[in-house]
Design a protein around this ligand. Structure first.
Ligand SMILES: CC(C)(COP(=O)(O)OP(=O)(O)OC[C@H]1O[C@@H](n2cnc3c(N)ncnc32)[C@H](O)[C@@H]1OP(=O)(O)O)[C@@H](O)C(=O)NCCC(=O)NCCS
Length: 275
């Protein structure tokens, strides 16, 4: 018998066990951020007192995101993933979400399709050790006063008011950020268990390459991952020049009202958790 209940800070160690089993890159600070952004929207599946599954969600006004859909390997194929998803969907719909979004792995995609999610676009995860790329940009670390400009750029590119997310990411990792000056783009990055995740990187179409060059210079020699919409060919070209290789793929999916994103401005997703 599996019971689904709200996740708490005490579940982070179990959640980390599930994510390690799946070989994902999140660290405890990521789970803490999911809980801080929407404590009521994160759930675990428990069987005989043991956590065997997870799902997180977060609402940005009418647009909601689902992530961290994980089921312990030994318990897969028994309906736990579907129950977690249905639980999160009911929670989000009751809370007024009109669009529910996620980045699906190939393993999760059939489950989401069966629950009415449709594919919007494809992303490739590039990974490897960053090589320094030529041509410096004119960026500097973000300051608290940049938040309005950063949130506005983010909203134009993503069609979603993610101010609470960028605010939280900037507070968590104040030194791991750059803004293109004048503010025509921003890039954030954060530590992961096996690589630094670069993203979000949102910039005007002619400003992203120089900004990412500056990020590459900061991270040169480090192992990174970066999730790039395949159709942003300039972002893909940057990743290839930086010595990164495609290693995984995701499909961005939506259930409900479509959300219009400007992929020419979306140079790197924040990751599969919140687009
Ligand atoms: C994806 C995952 C969460 C599914 O959990 P689960 O408990 O095994 O899923 P369920 O038993 O509820 O199955 C739900 C549906 O998924 C589909 N499904 C599950 N495993 C599948 C597989 N190996 N191949 C194809 N379809 C599969 C089936 O269509 C099933 O539909 P049904 O209910 O009509 O039979 C689990 O496999 C997992 O943790 N994978 C690793 C992490 C991951 O990729 N998460 C998804 C992130 S987007």
């Amino acid at each position: 018998m599996v019971n689904i209940r709200p996740m708490t800070a005490d579940d982070v160690a179990d959640a980390m066990r599930l994510k390690a089993e799946a070989g994902w890159n999140q660290v405890a600070a990521d789970w803490e951020r999911f809980l801080a952004l929407d404590r009521d929207g994160c759930f675990v599946a428990e069987s005989q007192g043991r956590v065997v599954g997870s799902v997180t969600s977060c609402r940005f006004g009418p647009v909601a995101w689902i992530a961290m859909v994980l089921v312990e390997k030994a318990r897969r194929g028994a309906g736990i993933g579907r129950s977690l998803l249905v639980h999160a969907l009911e929670h989000l719909e009751a809370a007024g979400a009109r669009s529910i979004r996620l980045d699906a792995t190939s393993m999760g995609r059939p489950l989401y399709e069966s629950l009415g999610f449709r594919v919007d676009f494809h992303l490739d995860r590039y990974s490897g050790i960053v090589e320094t790329v030529e041509a410096e940009g004119t960026s500097r670390p973000a300051r608290p006063a940049d938040l309005d400009g950063i949130a506005a750029l983010d909203r134009i590119a993503t069609g979603t008011d993610r101010r609470i997310l960028v605010d939280r990411l900037l507070r968590d990792n104040p030194l791991e950020s750059l803004v293109a000056v004048p503010i025509r783009g921003f890039a954030l990055w954060r530590p992961g268990s096996s690589a630094d995740q670069i993203g979000p990187c949102i910039a005007e179409p002619d400003a992203g390459q120089a900004l990412l060059n500056d990020v590459g210079r900061r991270l040169a020699g480090r192992r990174v991952i970066v999730d790039i919409p395949t159709s942003n060919v300039d972002a893909v070209a940057w990743a290839e020049r930086a010595g990164l290789k495609p290693s995984r793929e995701f499909w961005r999916m939506t259930r409900g009202e479509p959300v219009v994103e400007d992929l020419s401005r979306l140079w790197a997703s924040s990751g599969p958790e919140m687009g």
